[in-house]
Design a protein around this ligand. Structure first.
Ligand code: OOG
Length: 265
């Protein structure tokens, strides 16, 4: 039994090391060669270790992100299960800030709706309800996520993308709006790159309504024992398919909610 556990542990550590190295050197890994098969639980264990390494290097956790919450994303990547990843301050870009393309492998951008929570939430607490999450929401904003798979060809299966911290690379959020002052269920979303519209959709593409992600945030977060300290940002997942990030200005506009901006350099 012990041998089985330690062999599994070695696989998790190996995957974590390779992904960490790939991210830091902006050099993709080739999982087809000599890549351990991980279960989904092991993949989340690898993700937790990968995030731990970043925290040990001085980064702070600032939030969480959900992935594959829209049909467009599921179809684009061929995965139909919701996933969760961790956001750190090392990934956070001020609104209108720059993203250095030289530090990334093959980045793509996605238009997002972002939530901000105003009080500490321990998702592992069995008494916590979806209504508590909704009650703790103190801001909603337009957002941009930069994803950058550390796998060659941006190609992965479910455990691989989970281990790779759901391709999280960078993100920004626009001005925070009081969640009670805006209905976010069906707002037009536009992603523009260098002044040209690159993707269009609706917030309804995110599980029918971005707030429908909260039960998933709770169940995935509970399973993994995640916490959401006050001030945390949660990205609800892309409303459209992702688009390559090139040098130039990126603007996400969510009609009636706001805009978020960044520049690829
Ligand atoms: C995985 C991340 C997916 C989303 O919003 O659906 C994601 C990927 O496509 O590389 O962030």
């Amino acid at each position: 039994m012990r041998d089985v556990v330690s062999a599994r542990d070695t696989a998790v550590e190996l995957v974590c090391s390779r992904l960490d190295e790939a991210q830091r050197s902006a050099t993709p890994v080739r999982p087809q060669e000599d890549w351990p098969q991980l279960s989904l639980d092991q993949a989340y264990a690898a993700q937790a270790r990968l995030v731990d390494r970043r925290l040990q290097r001085g980064e702070q956790q600032v939030g969480l992100k959900l992935g594959f919450t829209s049909e467009a994303k599921m179809r684009q990547m061929g995965i139909d299960e919701l996933i969760i990843g961790v956001l750190t301050d090392g990934m956070q870009v001020p609104d209108g800030g720059r993203v250095d393309l030289g530090t990334l492998v093959h980045p793509r951008v996605e238009p997002e709706v972002a939530f901000r929570f105003g009080r500490d939430l321990d998702l592992a607490d069995a008494a916590l309800q979806v209504a508590d999450l909704q009650g703790a929401l103190d801001g909603v904003a337009a957002g941009i996520e930069v994803i950058d798979s550390r796998y060659e060809g941006f190609s992965f299966d479910l455990p691989r993308v989970v281990a790779d911290n759901t391709s999280a690379a960078a993100f920004t959020t626009g001005e925070w709006v009081d969640p009670d002052s805006v209905q976010i269920g069906e707002l037009a979303v536009t992603l523009s790159i260098a002044g040209a519209v690159a993707a269009e959709g609706s917030t309804a593409a995110i599980l029918g309504h971005p707030l429908s992600t909260l039960p998933h945030l709770l169940s995935l977060g509970r399973k993994l024992g995640l916490s959401v300290p006050a001030g945390s940002v949660v990205l609800a997942g892309a409303a459209t398919a992702a688009v390559p990030l090139l040098a130039g200005d990126v603007v996400v506009r969510v009609a009636g909610l706001g805009e978020a901006h960044l520049t690829g350099v």
